[in-house]
Write a protein that binds this ligand. Structure first.
Ligand code: NAD
Ligand code: MG
Length: 383
């Protein structure tokens, strides 16, 4: 493999820092030429000192820029990630910004990069049809980083042209998997952020506890693999070692398994089609002893049902679901609403925003704005 230049958008986050761990293990294969973040300036300065990119960006301009990070070109402001990406000339982009805020960067990466490595699932949930169309038109591989989608992508390498009957997305069940419904309503931020098997950013950890994350992933899988909603199933699997599965028409099911470590799927996308060893712990079947598989509980996780319904409804519905969820999760993390109110906020937004088609990125942002405004109303009524 030739040395590749890569932009890490959302470099200070959980995915971004783990991607940089892979970069530092393979200095002869990767050069991180662009690093961007929202406002964690000190953390970004440290990464810039270590990885010495050509370009760096922060949405919030810091008061001062230390002398020892001035060697690279800096960009500030709301669209700074996109401007830094374009100026860096990176061959590949790892899109690891959280939320719909990362959609612009994915869109731009499809214009200027040879490969797009996608962690930012909200970009596909909201702009899915348009993003997939653009990737196909420009012939840019969109390599999944989300562990379930990476697992499916890996299993699909054995497809040999055969049709796939079903995708099976595994789910840990999140921090509240075994909680009673009445207790879940008042779960605290601390309860919800205690994820049993993965360490991730705050927003996705809340989404795991509400199982909105699995709903977003069904929509993501629908776009990435062209699979209709009724052929994507969720299997709750508390040990998180079966990362997802595909079922063929003869009933054969292929699974991709391994210890839960995001550097696996991140490294797979970075090195694709080569596998890049890192210090992964081997899967010890004897220590595991057994694996559990359970049906999802749609009563305790109503937002999962809403996400599936939004995909079936089509048009702006998934954008509304996503926007309302982002607003609700923000309010929950600020302790403005109880955890149990998140599905209610999403439900109210889905009811009150009229259905519309999505024909352009501008339509996506219009639906997102309408969803946030409906969600803010529902949040205010709660506080
Ligand atoms: P995080 O909160 O840890 O990091 C987010 C990163 O994006 C940070 O660097 C932050 O500075 C940057 N950022 C946030 N808002 C921004 C904005 N408006 N403009 C530019 N940069 C911005 O999040 P994370 O857990 O790393 O998740 C990133 C994405 O990857 C999410 O879409 C998430 O769903 C997806 N994902 C994460 C994991 C995981 O293990 N963390 C697994 C699968 C998928
Ligand atoms: Mg996932």
């Amino acid at each position: 493999m030739q040395k590749r230049t890569i932009a890490i958008l959302g470099a200070t986050g959980s995915i971004g820092t783990q991607a940089l761990d892979i970069v530092s293990r393979y200095p002869d294969r990767f050069s991180a030429v662009c690093l961007t973040a929202h406002r964690s300036s000190e953390k970004l300065f440290d990464l810039v000192r270590k990885f010495r990119p050509r370009c760096a960006a922060l949405n919030l301009e810091p008061e001062t820029l230390p002398d020892d990070v001035r060697f690279c070109e800096w960009f500030f402001g709301a669209d700074s990630s996109v401007r830094a990406l374009c100026a860096s000339g990176a061959q590949d982009a790892l899109c690891a910004i959280v939320g719909i805020a990362g959609l612009d960067a994915v869109w731009a990466a499809l214009d200027v990069c040879q490969r797009v490595l996608l962690a930012n699932k909200e970009a596909l949930v909201t702009g899915g049809t348009l993003v997939m169309q653009k990737a196909a038109e420009r012939n840019v591989p969109l390599l999944p980083v989300d562990s379930e989608h990476s697992a499916i992508f890996q299993c699909l390498q054995a497809r040999q042209g055969n049709p796939v009957r079903r995708l099976l997305l595994t789910a840990s069940g999140g921090a509240l998997r075994d909680w009673r419904r009445e207790d879940m309503y008042r779960a605290t931020v601390r309860d919800v952020l205690a994820h049993p098997t993965w360490t991730m950013g705050g927003k996705i950890t809340v989404d795991c506890a509400s199982m909105v994350n699995k709903g977003l992933e069904i929509i993501e899988a629908h776009h990435l693999f062209g699979m209709p909603a009724d052929r994507i199933d969720v299997v709750v699997h508390p040990q998180s070692v079966v990362h997802s599965m595909i079922e063929f028409e003869d009933g054969a099911v292929l699974a991709q398994t391994g210890m839960p470590d995001m550097r696996g799927p991140i490294g797979y996308a970075m090195g694709w089609p080569e596998r890049l060893p890192y210090d992964a712990r081997p899967l010890d079947f004897f220590a595991l002893g057994h694996l559990d598989f359970l049906a999802p509980d749609f009563e305790r996780f109503p937002a999962l049902k809403m996400a599936i319904a939004s995909l079936k409804a089509g048009g702006n519905a998934p954008v509304v679901l996503n926007g309302a969820n982002e607003a609700a999760v923000g309010a929950f993390l600020r302790e403005q609403i109880p955890f149990g109110h998140i599905p209610e906020v999403i439900g109210r937004a889905l009811e009150s925003v009229p259905r519309a088609e999505i024909r352009s990125i501008a339509d996506v942002y219009a639906a997102d704005a309408a969803a946030r405004s409906a969600a803010e109303n529902a949040i205010r009524r709660c506080t």
